[in-house]
Design a protein around this ligand. Sequence first.
Ligand code: NDP
Length: 448
Amino acid sequence: MSYVDEVYQMVVDKNPAQPEFHQAVKEVLDSLRVVIEANEEEYRRDALLERLVTPERQILFRVPWVDDKGQVQVNNAFRVQFNSAIGPYKGGLRLHPSVNISIIKFLGFEQIFKNSLTGLPIGGGKGGSDFDPKGKSDREIMAFCQSFMTELFKYIGADTDVPAGDIGTGAREIGYLYGQYKRLTGLYEGVLTGKGLSYGGSLARTEATGYGVLYITEEILKCNGHDIKGKTVCVSGSGNVATYAIQKAQQLGAKVVTCSDSTGWIYDPEGIDVDLLREVKEVKRARLTEYAAARSSAEYHEKKNGEHGVWSVKCDIALPCATQNELDIEDAKMLVANGVIAVVEGANMPTTMDATEYLQSNKILFCPGKASNAGGVATSALEMSQNSERLSWTFEEVDAKLKNIMINIFHNLDDAAKKYGMEGNYVAGANIAGFLKVADAMKAQGIV
Ligand code: NDP
């Protein structure tokens, strides 16, 4: 058995019932085969892959809190500090009922390579809880966040582990978490990113992931002889990533005709009205039915199992920006049949493995989330820099740095793919470019 297959088998055996984590490891290791085979003896001796797939530390804890009826609730919570070879652990906190250790480990593992690709000094980590913020009062959210931080603060710090937002963790939650950290430690430091502008947040952080997806999409298209201007785009999701991806796509001259949430989706042939979308989702925290009710050009479709949702709409560019495994093989076939040119992931691992292979074998330009959504964490790292020097940069400065980082990410992964004889395979390119830097740092730091 090859070293890659042995390590993958070890991951499956030692981490039973963690399918998302297995999937993420398989996808990365498979695409690293050429690099690993070229250095197999050394990597085996140093157990480099075994160390890479095993988190440095996993913290599992309970979060008790009292709801508005006086009932005590208990949630499971996690922080996985995966790899600190190139910097302090960095990665978001996901609050969603589906959260479990498998999902947090898949996200933390992916984060290692994503953070490395940004070129910034940040290691990989991820955390979260199976708490569902939907339908909770502000007081309940605060009670949960304070209890969550009362345990988590022991393990994080501006130079050790710097969590951020993710699904279900937006500006409100980060505010409550930060307040509790400060109260417990007495420290006013950059321990969390995604903070509000009045207490150390960075301009352009809110927009960064979605904007970054579009900066890299524009560069991929340009380098492959296409212009984003005039293209039709399908987006899934209507949260932070989706909203600002839609806004930037429109600023670059494309027309975005879809968005979705967990219960349904919108087709708006006139182009999504971002201001209305923000009003419905960010301000009212309502369903997309309200978007359709307020806009005559929009059609609302209830989500139905087995149907293709937004991926049934003909488009040039598809941007899955909702959640993991939301674009499957049948969706991929539909997109290809409808003439899609590029699929660029805004969410983490939204495309299933067979769908990815299908898109690649049909010569669709496919960019994995660990590269294309890295603008969020990159701007978080810029927030850390601003906190360290106690300065705030302008929106334009941060946005210009973000754009530059996204363009560099594309060229790094494109060059890596070419160097290892896999031109156009951006999945392999991203994994290889991300891996090489981390592997080099791990080697230099000895067996730790
Ligand atoms: P949000 O919570 O802001 O939005 C998530 C969106 O996806 C919501 O519109 C939600 O609908 C929708 N959604 C969730 N589950 C499903 C589903 N099963 N089917 C269809 N729609 C669904 O999260 P973000 O926008 O922040 O994150 C989206 C993705 O991007 C995640 O994979 C996240 O890990 C990734 N990401 C986020 C970054 C960031 O900076 N925010 C950075 C890098 C990656 P509803 O409103 O009904 O809940």
